[in-house]
Design a protein around this ligand. Structure first.
Ligand SMILES: [Zn+2]
Length: 382
């Protein structure tokens, strides 16, 4: 590919970014199967002068690849900055055939496009090349391309943090227009309940049984479904149990979740729910086992934080204004923030993600690349 696209000519830049994006989406990389793509992006980072390693994250959860970690020592005296995106895509994400439809890149309609998150990957690579084209020395950079983000942030959870020095991170993974700055994300807690009653013949000896379904129905009827308050949601999404219509059901399981922008609220609501399910089960003479593990903690980054100020400055360099967002979704940012890397998630322009209608406006792809460039350049100004 011609490197000239990363100079000043916008048409060439556009073409080079679209070409690289299409090259990467054609490489199959559903969660856990990122090896080939990881090798390709690692080689691209090496071409840009980065020291690149791959950690062993994948081996901890059955994936075939680890996270790709690239480091550029850069100009002395500057603090390193982390740029990140994830390599994996949701299903159906195999055999993607990207095509151009006006200003948008689309899939063939039978797969996702994987703009989530290859739009982020390509923006970071292009941003580095563009920064290179205008500055002899870049600041110290750490680029992390994670694996299995879509399967519960697994790559970020198992990332080798001893290799990361940055205290500030930018994650190109919000499916909002470029300019969006996600500064708040919820704490997410799972609710897993198993109700155990007593089996009996439903017609011959109904008195001998305790219906787990009846207990579960009562417990679920008390569950605070939906928007609990303006910062909190709750849902039960899976229910299973029962063997036959002539058996009083012995066991039912249901799974749900609680999310809140207020971590304390999430924890206390999960405890209330757990206690309530147990109390109701006991009332029927049944038992309930309830677990409420924290899947990830939320974050709230102050608008005065340096990581935010620098994003605003970088956006302003291309005449854009930051649009602050609070999300109820999780991302690698939730993990990075708990690991001491103050991180925000940036809009990279993809639309209708996680669906076969997913598309990426080319103007947004280019804008995301320019934002990555300007974040790098802004780091040289402190
Ligand atoms: Zn994503």
């Amino acid at each position: 590919m011609s490197k000239s696209g990363y100079g000043l000519d916008r048409a060439e830049l556009r073409e080079a970014m679209v070409e690289e994006f299409c090259e990467l989406v054609r490489i199959d990389a559903e969660s856990g199967e990122e090896a080939e793509l990881a090798n390709v992006v690692a080689a691209k980072l090496r071409d840009l002068g980065f020291d690149v390693t791959q950690d062993d994250a994948g081996s901890k959860f059955g994936g075939n690849a680890g996270n790709v970690i690239g480091r550029l020592s850069g100009a002395p005296g500057y603090e390193p900055v982390l740029l990140s995106a994830h390599l994996d895509r949701v299903t159906p994400g195999k055999g993607i055939v990207p095509s151009i439809d006006g200003d948008r890149i689309v899939s063939g309609g039978d797969t996702v496009l994987a703009a989530d998150d290859l739009g982020g990957v390509v923006a970071i690579l292009a941003g580095i090349r563009m920064a290179r084209a205008v500055r002899k020395q870049l600041p110290p950079l750490e680029v992390v391309f994670t694996v299995s983000e879509e399967k519960g942030l697994k790559g970020a959870r198992h990332l080798n943090y001893s290799q990361i020095q940055s205290k500030m991170g930018y994650i190109f993974d919000a499916s909002s227009p470029v300019g969006a700055v996600v500064v708040q994300s919820p704490t997410h807690i799972s609710v897993d309940a198993t109700i155990t009653g007593r089996a009996a013949h439903a017609a011959v000896n109904p008195e001998g049984g305790i219906s787990a379904i009846r207990v579960a129905a009562d417990a679920i009827s008390k569950f605070p479904f939906g928007r609990v308050d303006d910062q909190t949601t709750a849902n039960i999404g899976i229910i299973s149990g029962g063997r036959a219509t002539n058996i009083v059901c012995e066991q039912v399981s249901f799974k749900g979740e609680v999310r809140s922008l207020d971590a304390e609220r999430a924890l206390s609501l999960a405890k209330e729910i757990s206690d309530e399910i147990k109390t109701i089960a006991a009332r029927y003479g049944a038992s309930a086992e309830v677990t409420t593990p924290v899947d990830y903690y939320g974050f709230t980054i102050s608008r005065d934080a340096r990581v935010v100020k620098r994003a605003q400055k970088a956006l302003a360099m291309s005449g854009r204004e930051a649009v602050f967002e609070s999300t109820m979704g999780g991302s690698d940012g939730n993990i990075f923030n708990t690991k001491g890397i103050e991180s925000i998630v940036l809009g990279m322009g993809a639309r209708d993600v996680h669906s076969t209608k997913e598309c990426l406006p080319i103007s947004e792809l280019v804008a995301a690349g320019e934002l990555a460039r300007d974040l790098i350049l802004a780091a040289l100004d402190g």
